[in-house]
Write a protein that binds this ligand. Structure first.
Ligand code: NDP
Length: 328
């Protein structure tokens, strides 16, 4: 939808989102003198602020707490002059060369280039006990947190490709993986399903849903599940509870302007972060349904800033040649 309100500020490079992609884009854009302005969104630091230890991001040999890592990203972005502002993008208008973004439902900012790094959010079951133990045994990322359950028994909810991939990943680390499937069949591709079926230490519980995550007040100690046909309940003694029921990319406000796939992920050009709109780039989980790692998000954040820089240099060159022509 068009934004009719006049903008109160114009910037060269506007970054939306404050996860690894957004801050990395900011570091590169600031060092290239694009004077970036970054809006954090309602969850400054993004998904990593909901995890505890991050042990797979290079450069932290002893690991680091997710929120601490994001504070360091922010500090590094600000060190080179990024203006980091708390606020969320409530609406966009990419119908002209100068892009307009509404912030917090009120102020409008215009920008020559926009880097979208709004991320994706893991879907949760919505149980109070799941929320209570989030980061203390409950996780939505097996690759990030599986290692903490080495040699232990864990459960994973879901039957799509993500759940199948994460269950086989966990099976290599953990002594046993209980896979909780709510129907009598998988949604995952046959190949992925077969991989699960052929893994000896994965036990599949069909028609099974989660009633409650159990804990001792500090960490997870089990999970109470029920069979949705017989309504029979049982407790599985697990120390880790993984939820893999899908992610939702945070792209609602871009609908109508940007090309997206069937799941709402922004489509970028091959080997690029360019979207279908000139001067608008997408980086991180918002355009990546496959890897979804902090380090890959940071990598595409870097790409987006470099591409924005080249794009802006092209505009400047064009404006200079226009001025020269009108002076002749
Ligand atoms: P999907 O939406 O494909 O699957 C979600 C799974 O979670 C389904 O089995 C669904 O059950 C289950 N589920 C949803 N809500 C609940 C709930 N409340 N309680 C219990 N179970 C629930 O999500 P994915 O993340 O697995 O995949 C998303 C997309 O990404 C897909 O297109 C997938 O193919 C792709 N992908 C590809 C990969 C690859 O190619 N390597 C790896 C990972 C993902 P039900 O089936 O009953 O609805």
């Amino acid at each position: 939808m068009k934004i009719t309100k006049e903008s109160t500020e114009h910037v060269k490079c506007l970054i939306i989102g404050s996860g690894p992609a957004g801050y990395t884009a900011a570091i590169y854009a600031a060092r290239a003198d694009l004077k970036p302005v970054l809006y954090t969104g309602i969850e400054p630091g993004g998904q990593l602020t909901q995890t505890t230890d991050v042990e797979n991001f290079p450069g932290y040999p002893n690991g680091i707490l997710g929120p601490d890592m994001m504070d360091e990203f922010k500090e590094q972005a600000e060190r080179f002059g990024t203006q980091v502002r708390f606020g969320y993008a409530s609406k966009v208008d990419f119908s002209d060369d100068v892009h307009k973004v509404e912030i917090d439902g009120s102020t409008v900012i215009s920008a020559d280039s926009v880097i979208i790094a709004t991320g994706a959010s893991a879907k949760w079951l919505g149980l109070p006990s799941e929320d209570k133990y989030s980061g203390f045994g409950v996780s939505a990322c097996a690759v990030c947190d599986g290692f903490f359950y080495k040699g232990q028994e864990v459960a994973i909810v879901g039957a799509g490709d993500t759940a199948a991939e994460e269950a086989t990943y966990l099976a290599k680390i953990c002594s046993k993986v209980h896979m909780l499937v709510r129907r009598d069949e998988f949604r995952a591709s046959k190949t992925m399903e077969n991989r699960v079926l052929n893994t000896a230490n994965i036990e599949i519980h069909y028609h099974t849903e989660t009633k409650e995550v159990l804990g001792d007040g500090q960490v997870v100690t089990g999970v109470k599940v029920f069979n949705n046909q017989t309504m029979e309940e049982k407790v599985l003694d697990v120390t880790g509870f993984f939820v893999a029921i899908g992610h939702k990319p945070n792209t609602d406000i871009f609908k109508g302007f940007l090309e997206m796939d069937a799941n709402g992920y922004i489509i970028t050009q091959p080997d690029s972060t360019a979207t279908n709109i000139k001067g608008v780039f997408a980086s991180g989980d918002v355009q990546d349904s496959v890897y979804r790692q902090a380090v890959t998000a940071a990598g595409t954040g870097c790409m987006a800033a470099l591409e924005a820089e080249r794009y802006l240099a092209g505009i400047e060159q064009y404006e200079q040649s226009e001025q020269t022509q009108s002076a002749v």
